[in-house]
Design a protein around this ligand. Structure first.
Ligand SMILES: Nc1nc2c(ncn2[C@@H]2O[C@H](COP(=O)(O)OP(=O)(O)OP(=O)(O)O)[C@@H](O)[C@H]2O)c(=O)[nH]1
Ligand SMILES: [Mg+2]
Length: 409
């Protein structure tokens, strides 16, 4: 239903992502017990475990009806660059696919960083690595899971070691601290100490409960991060078309031709309008046709050109040819048309506005009332600092920079 359409390969289990579970990513050195922990929680031996190097080969997803989260097992990382890149690439693919399909459920919601309790240390490089996996997604909650501590004393000792290592790491990275919510010890599988003494499994219920407690906030963070990434991709697409169409209009406007301005710009703007419509995945219907007619054909935005011409003529001391003023006016009309369409369709897309009852005239006039003075003052500011003769090319780069600036700010 949510577009996880990659065909399942033979003998590869098909994962059902169509529920409400969160995804837990397990990271940690090879042999620290990630797969053993997964099996303990699943209640069956599904993930391959064992001594030796890199038992888990790639990314594997495990789930069970009784568990409220999916577990993503990764190959243990040592400090070989090649292997690190491979995991990171696989993870990137995993989350890119989810962004493409707008499926929040395939994002990583929580990280369990597993630390081998027998190693008595937490490598700062390992924490750097977690940081690089987290990337820009700072809110993702992390739990340090200490494995293989088989006595109370060892657990206390290892918890203190992990705690101190984390505090030291975060002090060194005040801007990028690791968002560690808890340090927990687990024994995934009973551990025989002697013939008559065995350490039973420990801490699995606490890990389960803590992860559950983190789930709602993690889900919300994933939701908004997803929307943000998704909107950014759409904005970029729309901006790309606005930029190209504005440049094309400037080129057309700079050549005096005996037809009314708006007529020459209609084909350029019509194409741009459809680009923006499709960038925001909007179907064409009577409402979008009405909006297009209002913006493109009825010339609601030609006012942008007129306002701009008036303003340009008022700037003292700059050399600007009449043809360049015409070019700037043509660019302004197309730019404002594009931005207007972008604002409307982005709001349709996010659900902030609905098509039903959308008042084309009133809403668009309101947008223009904000856009046009802003554009005019930006162009004035740009030209006031200008030395020499303004060319059509300078106008093109003004719009280009303006689009970039709006995108980043
Ligand atoms: N008795 C006992 N053995 C454990 C426990 N955790 C891990 N082990 C052992 O440690 C070894 C490595 O465990 P794995 O789960 O395969 O480690 P991994 O982190 O998945 O390793 P890679 O897949 O290579 O990254 C196995 O022999 C496990 O049986 C535990 O809680 N109890
Ligand atoms: Mg493994």
């Amino acid at each position: 239903m949510f577009g996880f359409e990659r065909k399942p390969k033979q003998n590869r289990k098909v994962i059902d992502f169509s529920d409400d579970r969160i995804n837990v990513l397990l990271l940690g050195n090879s042999g620290c017990g990630k797969s053993t922990l997964i099996n303990a929680l699943l209640g069956r031996e599904e993930a391959e475990t064992g001594a030796g190097t890199a038992v888990t080969r790639n990314i594997e997803v495990y789930e069970d009806e009784k568990l409220p989260f999916r577990m993503i097992d990764t190959v243990g990382f040592e400090y070989g660059l090649f292997r690190q890149y491979r995991i990171r690439n696989d993870l990137a693919k995993f989350s890119q696919e989810s962004i493409k399909n707008r499926d929040v459920r395939k994002l990583v919601h929580v990280i369990w960083y597993c630390i081998d309790g027998t190693s008595k240390r937490v490598d700062p490089q390992a924490m750097d690595y977690i940081q690089s996996v987290v990337g820009s997604w700072k809110e993702i909650p992390i739990i340090f899971v200490i494995t293989k501590s088989y006595s109370e004393k060892e657990m206390e000792e290892n918890t203190a070691i992990a705690h101190d290592a984390l505090v030291a790491y975060n002090a060194r990275h005040p801007r990028n601290p690791l968002n560690v919510k808890d340090i927990l010890c687990v024994v995934s599988k009973e551990y025989p100490i002697s013939d008559d003494l065995t350490v039973p499994p420990y801490g699995l219920d606490t890990l389960l409960n803590r992860t559950n407690e983190l789930a709602p906030a993690a889900k919300k963070a994933a939701d908004s991060a997803m929307l943000e990434i998704d909107l950014k991709l759409k904005r970029d697409k729309a901006d790309f078309s606005i930029n190209a169409s504005t440049a094309a209009s400037i080129a057309v406007g700079a050549v005096p031709i005996p037809v009314p301005d708006s007529t020459v710009l209609v084909p350029i703007q019509t194409k741009m309008f459809h680009d923006i419509l499709s960038a925001y995945e909007q179907q064409e219907d009577d409402m979008t046709r009405q909006i297009r007619k209002y913006i493109v054909q009825a010339g609601a935005t030609t006012i942008a050109g007129k306002t701009l011409v008036k303003a340009l003529k008022q700037i003292p001391g700059i050399a600007i040819a009449a043809s360049v003023i015409d070019a700037a006016a043509a660019g302004a009309v197309t730019f404002v048309s594009g931005k207007t369409a972008q604002i409307v369709f982005e709001r349709f897309y996010t659900g902030e506005w609905s098509r039903e009852g959308f008042n084309v005239d009133a809403e668009i006039q309101q947008i223009l009332k904000d856009l046009i003075p802003d554009l005019t003052s930006q162009l004035k500011e740009y030209l006031e600092g200008f030395r020499g003769t303004v060319s059509a090319k300078d106008i093109v780069s003004f719009f280009h920079d303006l689009i970039q600036k709006k995108k980043n700010g």
